[in-house]
Design a protein around this ligand. Sequence first.
Ligand code: BES
Ligand code: MN
Ligand code: ZN
Length: 506
Amino acid sequence: MSYIVFSETSALMPLNYKEAALNCKIARGSYGDYAGDAIIAFMFKGENNIKGPLGKTINNAVKAGHFNGDSQDLFQIYPCADIRCQRVILVGLGKKDKSTSENIRKAAGAAIRKLQSLKKAAVLPPGNSGETIPWIIEGAVLGNYRFDTLKNDPKNINLKELLFYSNDAGLSQNILDHARIPAEGNLVARELTNLPGNLLTPAILSRKAADLGKKYKIPVKILNEPELKKLKMGALLGVGQGSVNRPKMVVWEYKGSKAKDAPIVFVGKGVTFDSGGISIKAAAGMEAMKGDMGGAAAVISLITVLGQLKPKINVIGITPLVENLPSGTAYRPGDVLTASNGKTIEVISTDAEGRLILADALAYAGKYNPKYLIDIATLTGACMVALGVHICAGIMGTDQKLIDSLIKAGENSGERLWQLPLWDDYNSLLDSPSADMKNSGGRWGGAITAGAFLSNFTEDLDWAHIDIAGMDNEEGSHPYRSKGGTGWGVRLLTRFVLSQAPPKSP
Ligand code: BES
Ligand code: MN
Ligand code: ZN
């Protein structure tokens, strides 16, 4: 898929990005005849499970002490006899009883990066291949991406095809697709998150959502300012009033089941750039706030996943989109905004804008009578203080069954969640002298008071809030996360949806 950026003020601007699609298929025959560029052989420490012509060569490498299967250990060998493919890369996974799905994703990501100049590779999976192949696919697809859309000289050297040799008779193309498609959806979210504020305004992001909807046959509605006014979304409009890039709301509706079946509704925070507004942020590192739409990116990217996997369940995505800038028309501290459910909010900090736009979006979600309502947002620095960065996201909400299902989905996808409490007591921190509530509860328990604020807009629905502030942006180096947007949440939300949908009829 080639991406096109639409700008309201300039002509169409074509960009170089090509989805790092990786064709994943089951191999036939024996790997000795494989004629691609490389074979990737995974091995637990102390367990050479590779049968056939490579078995002895690997044993020799182990005996000579060149490779012992330690986690993240990569070793290349060039066998010549009895095997057609001349480049083999051994990938260590550490001890089998300590190895996790995440460990295997990372190893696969590292291996794929080593091979990116090649086009085709085969995989010899470790352990029970029906179980490990999906993790390898996830790590490989994710590791195969880098953001070079805006470079004139993109390296464009991504691996194109992976063939899997498996002795598991139960392995099917369907199992492979269920790993690849959400991982590719994850990359769509990364790409959206990586595009900067000038190239991804609310208008442009809404157009991209519409394009994806068209491609995957999922209806996408764009609510523009007049409609937002008619709906009395004073909180969203308030945040957006400082920027010439006017606010929007994108709503997509995936119908996989009967019209009367209550849907799952996802709401994603879409601040295309968060300067803090009048309560402006410090300059250092502010550029990272181009990624303050990571929640919206995850929800919009789900279009690509549901459109392909087609689960039998109804799902709605709602993303309020806005740019938070200071200007002569910007909203100010002390302003009182009225949200669409009639509640009034005193603005203490214009930098606590995420909860304001989510307020109107969550209230809007109520009209769908959702079975479950889930929001995902880069909401608070306080959540990063509480839980760290790239360890887990925070989750809180009103329904323990829902929260437990999401936590479980996250354990499966490698996107962990940790629950924070949401006792009533936190609400009193939001008491305002002039309005129903204020938009900041101060420093202590900042992730939770943000959640408490949101609970004023979710009626008595079964609702969960996921704070991904520490998860959306990778600054260091990681085996399958490239620098920049991580696309965190797409695979988690997919797993959750699939866990709620009835299994496919035979
Ligand atoms: N977008 C930020 C939160 C954030 C911080 C995300 C760092 C990713 C990395 C959010 O809009 C924000 O500014 N929150 C304030 C809230 C405060 C003013 C109550 C914060 O966390 O400081
Ligand atoms: Mn902010
Ligand atoms: Zn923000």
